[in-house]
Design a protein around this ligand. Structure first.
Ligand code: S3P
Length: 433
């Protein structure tokens, strides 16, 4: 673990420049896992630089997958569906994605493995993967539904499963486990969540059917299918770009160019919301890369209105709500967030973390069980804030600090490295003071 660092953020006048984002975290995790169980080599360019995706690679190595890093490229030597019994516990670090999605793959192996995580991950709910994987035939011990997990795998049975929580991590976990099951697995999600698991499986040559069903989707996948390695460039991370988009939204004269960004429709709701709020965004050079939509964004700031995020939008924007909430006091009408109870079980309780930091900056905030109500047209002052060990909270408040009066100190700023190690340097390059 990195030593605790503090970062001082001074107010800005404007935001201007070009940012090339590191590879998307969600896609990087999935590509690393699937290339490990593919037949033949894979080449992953622009792999996420975040510590979370390094945790996934570390676990894959412990499971007998060899890989090398060559600059921003990871070359993975797939070993097919059978992995090696790990000599030590699989260390997932801070990464819920690693633990939840990889549990689907180790549940299909003929050995027992233990999955551990840091203090934050050890508090996070895992019953959502334990219940269906147990139904498929895996034996899983946990600490009352929390990590560490001890998973004894083997050949699994296909299931027909209706997910009680809308979670792309759980959906991917089950799609991956289904590869090791006899028969066809059917997974129904209550709301549409990001579809990178389905898209990545197809890129590796697997047949996955997916259909809309009301506000959610139903996916079907047959067991026993083999994967073939791929050569891919991971598109820039849209959830990391969100911080810069929100920074641009704070200054009417701002201009940003974000090339090669992920534009997957299940992730791009942020762009609609920011446009509704007043940010001017144009997208060029749209293309499909291994089933993922990629494009270049040109962004111009203008005065910001408020927004309401509720229902399916709360699931679609779950990673971007902290930064939208952090800039909400500077909008004219404020922000209301509902139906976002999942925020309470992320890397920190993000509803409480956002409310606490905004109040320290002098903002009025109403904290609710499933969301927040933040009035607009407020003036914030600089303050000493805490990241709560949560990367998205550290970065969200570095953005809020740009429009505050006076300097803001962010304690625990090192946590930004979980998804975006170069965040503070990059922010400095585009901010004009
Ligand atoms: C992710 C899904 C979301 C998101 C997380 C990444 C993914 O979590 O918050 O950062 O890659 O599938 P849930 O599946 O728990 O909603």
């Amino acid at each position: 673990m990195k030593p605790e660092t503090q970062v001082l953020v001074r107010p800005a006048r404007n935001v201007h420049g070009t940012v090339a984002l590191p590879g998307d975290k969600s896609i990087s995790h999935r590509y690393a896992m699937l290339s490990g169980i593919a037949d033949g080599p894979s080449r992953l360019e622009n792999y996420s630089t975040g510590a979370d995706c390094a945790s996934t690679l570390g676990c894959m190595r412990a499971l007998g997958v060899t890989w090398e890093r060559k600059g921003s490229v990871i070359e993975v030597h797939g070993r097919g569906l059978s992995l090696a019994r790990p000599a030590e516990p699989l260390d997932c670090g801070n990464s819920g994605s690693t633990m939840r999605m990889l549990s689907g793959i180790v549940a299909g192996q003929n050995f027992t493995s233990e999955m551990i995580g840091d203090e934050s991950l050890s508090r996070r709910p895992m019953q959502r993967v334990i219940t269906p994987l147990t139904e498929m035939g895996a034996r899983i011990e946990s600490q009352e539904g929390k990590p560490p997990l001890r998973i004894t795998g083997g050949t699994l049975k296909a299931i027909d499963y209706k997910m009680p929580v809308a979670s792309a991590q759980v959906k991917s976990c089950l799609l991956f486990a289904a590869l090791f099951a006899e028969g066809e697995t059917r997974i129904e999600e209550p709301l549409r969540t990001r579809d990178h698991g389905e898209v990545a499986l197809r890129a590796f040559g697997v047949n996955v059917e997916s259909k809309s069903s009301g506000p959610g989707t139903v996916a079907r996948i047959r067991g026993g299918q083999r994967l073939r390695g791929i050569e891919a460039r991971v598109p820039g991370d849209l959830s990391s770009a969100a911080f810069f988009l929100c920074a641009a939204a704070l200054f009417p004269g701002s201009q940003l160019l974000l090339p090669n960004l992920l534009m997957n429709p299940t992730r791009a709701r942020l762009l609609d919301i920011l446009m509704q709020m007043g940010l001017r965004i144009s997208v060029t050079q749209l293309e499909q890369v291994h089933g993922e939509t990629v494009g270049s964004l040109q962004v111009q700031g203008s005065p910001l209105k408020g927004a309401t995020i509720a229902g399916a939008d709360s699931a679609a924007l779950i990673d971007e709500i902290p930064v939208l909430a952090a800039i909400a006091p500077y909008t004219t009408q404020g922000l209301e967030v509902r139906d976002a109870k999942e925020l309470r079980v992320k890397e920190s309780d993000r509803i409480a973390s956002v409310a606490s930091n905004l109040r320290l900056m002098g903002a009025q905030v109403e904290e609710r069980e499933d969301g927040l109500k933040i009035p607009g047209s407020q003036t914030l002052h600089g303050a000493e804030l805490d990241s709560f060990g949560d990367h998205r909270i550290a970065m969200a408040f570095a953005i809020a600090a740009l429009r505050a009066q006076g300097e803001t100190l962010i304690r625990g700023a090192e946590s930004a490295a979980i998804s975006y190690p170069a965040f503070f340097e990059t922010l400095d390059q585009i901010v004009e003071r």
